[in-house]
Design a protein around this ligand. Structure first.
Ligand code: NCD
Ligand code: ZN
Length: 344
């Protein structure tokens, strides 16, 4: 069979949740096994809002993964964040980027931004510093249907933000809709997007057909099939605006399988296998390296990694569960067979 092996430059993950404490110890090695670097989300409790907190968190991550993996730290934007502090942290090599969570949009966003008007000075400082803004793009208005929250965010918030800060690098994180893919494609080179494996594989039926399936629930929530198809097209288009960001977001099994289950899919253990399966299905294996290993660092202005990894077209069985001491995690694709395996 053609293309049974694919060797690419070592990739990076431009959106991960590594958590802290025992959960960090449990999950960080999965990301470090496949990726050279990762953009680490700051939605801890309390969130990472200072240079010292980011430095300390970075040390805890490195202690959990060992050498060979570089965590790239992110500042959590609040209504009161100081632009000078962000620029200082960026210049010091601590903050790679800053994250805009609309207040109450998702897990750990209670301290997020209530109105972009409050962070204009911070955004100006970031624009001057060349520091990327990472956006969780959903409105939080209770009158907006949860399946419409991303598309509505573009018109209500993101379009004006991009217009008002034309030199700001903006990553529209984990896009889930055709509207988001089209919006990003239509902007200048300072606007890009990450795409998760789950949004390339599943639509909203995966959550709701034949029973309610909490392990397919994340935010932004998976949408209709036409959106999944649009995301597959964007990811495999060859456009440098789209790159890999898993949004791996582990939660203990008992908090997922609950009357009020947490949002988040733990996809780190088989992230590359999951993505490459999509590129293979779309006949776009030749575009996988750019998506996984080139577009992200070029957008962020960081060097490409040295070294390579190899994937092989060979069936691999995903475990039903991972257990680390008292932490039990259900991975994305649990119990399924994927067509590709990670050789290393
Ligand atoms: C994330 C989490 O659990 O921290 N959950 C998710 O569903 N993606 C938060 C986020 O990125 O929205
Ligand atoms: Zn996330």
């Amino acid at each position: 069979m053609a293309n049974t092996k694919l060797t690419i430059r070592r990739p990076d993950d431009w959106h991960v949740h590594l958590r802290d404490g025992a959960m960090l110890q449990a999950v960080a090695p999965y990301t470090a096994r496949q990726f050279a670097r990762a953009i680490v989300m700051p939605n801890l409790s309390p969130p990472v809002t200072s240079i010292d907190a980011a430095r300390a968190y970075r040390e805890r991550i490195v202690a959990a993964t060992g050498p060979g993996f570089t965590p790239l730290m992110v500042a959590y934007l609040t209504d009161w964040i100081d632009g000078a502090m962000l620029a200082e942290g960026h210049a010091a090599g601590v903050f790679t980027a800053a994250k805009l969570y609309p207040a109450h949009a998702t897990t750990g966003s209670a301290h997020g931004v209530t109105d972009v008007a409050h962070i204009r000075a911070a955004l100006e400082a970031m624009q001057r510093a060349g520091m990327p803004l990472l956006v969780h793009g959903e409105v939080t208005d209770p009158d907006v249907d949860v399946f419409d929250r991303e598309a509505v965010f573009i018109g209500r918030t993101l379009a004006a933000l991009v217009r008002d800060f034309p030199g700001l690098k903006v990553v529209f994180e984990h896009i889930t809709t055709e509207e988001a893919a089209q919006f990003v494609a239509a902007q200048g080179n300072n606007v890009a997007a990450t795409i998760t494996p789950q949004h390339l594989h599943i639509n909203r039926n995966a959550m709701l057909v034949g029973g309610i399936r909490p392990h397919a629930y994340c935010l932004p929530v998976a949408k209709r099939e036409k959106h999944r198809l649009a995301l597959r097209k964007a990811a495999t288009s060859g456009s440098a605006k789209f790159f890999l960001g898993t949004d791996t977001a582990p939660h203990r099994v008992e908090t997922k399988e609950s009357a009020c289950g947490c949002a988040g899919i733990f996809n780190a253990p088989f992230a590359l296998e999951s993505y490459v399966t999509v590129f293979d299905q779309e006949g776009a294996l030749d575009r996988f390296e750019a998506f996984a290993s080139e577009n992200g660092p070029r957008f962020y202005g960081l060097p490409l990694n040295e070294g390579t990894i190899t994937l092989e077209r060979n069936a691999v069985q995903v475990p039903e569960r991972y257990a680390h001491a008292d932490i039990s995690l259900v991975p994305f694709h649990a119990g399924e067979t994927l067509d590709w395996c990670f050789v290393g």
